[in-house]
Design a protein around this ligand. Structure first.
Ligand SMILES: NC(=O)c1ccc[n+]([C@@H]2O[C@H](COP(=O)([O-])OP(=O)(O)OC[C@H]3O[C@@H](n4cnc5c(N)ncnc54)[C@H](OP(=O)(O)O)[C@@H]3O)[C@@H](O)[C@H]2O)c1
Length: 359
């Protein structure tokens, strides 16, 4: 077997919303070797046609075929946009070793921590693994890394991810539906005394007056942002809220019950199917900017606060992935397994077009 890596960048899930946006960016940046990987030859060809033939396509029937093809054909970079990260992330990251690199948009705490647990294996294999390389995770992690740099361990961290994006005509899709159902079924989480602890889903309701003069509410969800903030700060108490959490006073009281119901495989499947098919309509984004927010407290009473401003959160996610691919291609990514700002520093957030605003 030829053991040299091919200089190819495989986008798995290239026919999805993020995949299409990323393919356009990599083509515009003239990054060579991009291969769009998906289930449908026709849909792959339709995307490649819009990019003037600057990318290649590869039809593979499903996740199992993709998992078998990566170690056999040895692309340099695999970008996993398939979703279902609890099943796909770790096997695909391992399939890139040795000498290949892996990045995804995983956001659930167990998957993200499982990926980071591959650190020693990835280093020994001369590979880089980065989980959660989108608005979700980076928008808050970058702030915590900046605020804690050179400081003693803080006593408390509060982070908020306040995304705003313009929906398109279509359906939610299964990948996002699975992510949403997994978040709801886990129930809320926060760090207490350094331990990931259950809190009610939708608790910690926060009302933010944003630096651009608009306002948004957020509430607790169990998301990978918590894990990344714990890695970056080592703070014993960490809370995370998201603007994607249901904040309506009518729905919030029902969320703990919904979490319990979603533990049933039948209800989970029904909910995924119905959410995946739910129609989305093209509309302007609800607020002009997406915001990450962090407040860090130290035991001596010192408090530091900062904001990250991006535009459309989906566009920003594609920009973050583009910056990560550049780092892989340029050889500037460290070897090992990381969350995004732990790998490439908080500068990754600004390389992708965001601005820090210190409070
Ligand atoms: N962390 C963040 O900030 C962030 C931001 C945005 C999205 N996300 C996550 O990123 C993932 C992708 O998002 P998206 O909006 O691009 O999703 P999407 O539009 O639903 O696209 C999913 C892609 O994966 C493919 N796929 C799904 N299941 C597959 C299977 N079993 N076998 C082969 N291919 C399969 C789909 O192929 P077909 O076209 O053939 O169906 C499609 O190309 C989701 O999990 C989402 O939650 C995270």
């Amino acid at each position: 077997m030829d053991d040299k890596r091919k200089d190819e960048i495989w986008i798995l899930g290239a026919t999805g919303k993020v995949g299409r946006a990323l393919a356009g960016r990599l083509a515009a940046a003239r990054i060579p070797g991009v291969v769009l990987v998906g289930r449908s030859t026709e849909r792959l060809a339709a995307i490649a046609d819009t990019l003037n033939g600057s990318v290649r396509t590869r039809q593979l029937a499903g996740v199992a075929e993709m998992l078998a093809a990566v170690p056999r054909e040895r692309p340099l970079v695999v970008i996993n946009l398939l979703g279902s990260y609890a099943e796909t992330a770790i096997p695909l990251a391992k399939a890139c070793m040795p000498d290949g690199h892996y990045v995804d948009l995983s956001i659930d705490i167990n998957t993200l921590s499982g990926l980071v647990d591959l650190h020693g294996e990835a280093r020994a294999a001369n590979s880089t693994v980065i989980g959660g390389a989108g608005f979700g995770v980076l928008a808050t992690e970058a702030l915590v890394v900046r605020l804690c740099e050179g400081q003693p361990t803080p006593s408390r961290v509060q982070i908020d991810a306040l995304s705003s994006y313009a929906p398109d005509d279509g359906v939610m899709g299964e990948a996002l539906a699975i992510t949403s159902v997994d978040v709801m079924s886990m129930g809320g989480r926060a760090y207490r005394d350094g331990i990931l602890t259950p809190v009610p889903l939708g608790s910690n309701l926060r009302k933010h007056a944003l630096p651009d003069g608009t306002a948004v509410k957020s509430a607790a969800v169990p998301s990978g942002e918590l894990f990344a903030a714990r890695q970056a700060s080592k703070a014993p108490t960490i809370d995370f809220t998201s603007a994607l959490a249901p904040t309506s006073p009518l729905i919030r009281p029902a969320l703990p019950l919904l979490s319990r119901l979603l533990k049933s495989p039948t209800i989970r499947r029904t909910m995924i199917t119905s959410l995946a098919a739910s129609k989305t309509k093209r509309a302007p984004r609800p607020r002009p900017h997406s915001w990450g927010h962090a407040v860090v407290d130290w035991a001596d009473g010192t408090r530091r606060e900062s904001w990250l401003r991006a535009d459309d959160a989906m566009d920003y996610t594609a920009d973050v992935l583009t910056a990560v691919v550049r780092a892989f291609v340029d050889g500037t990514a460290p070897r090992g397994a990381f969350t995004p700002a732990a790998a490439l520093g908080p500068g990754l957030a600004t390389d992708a077009g965001a601005t820090f605003i210190d409070g």
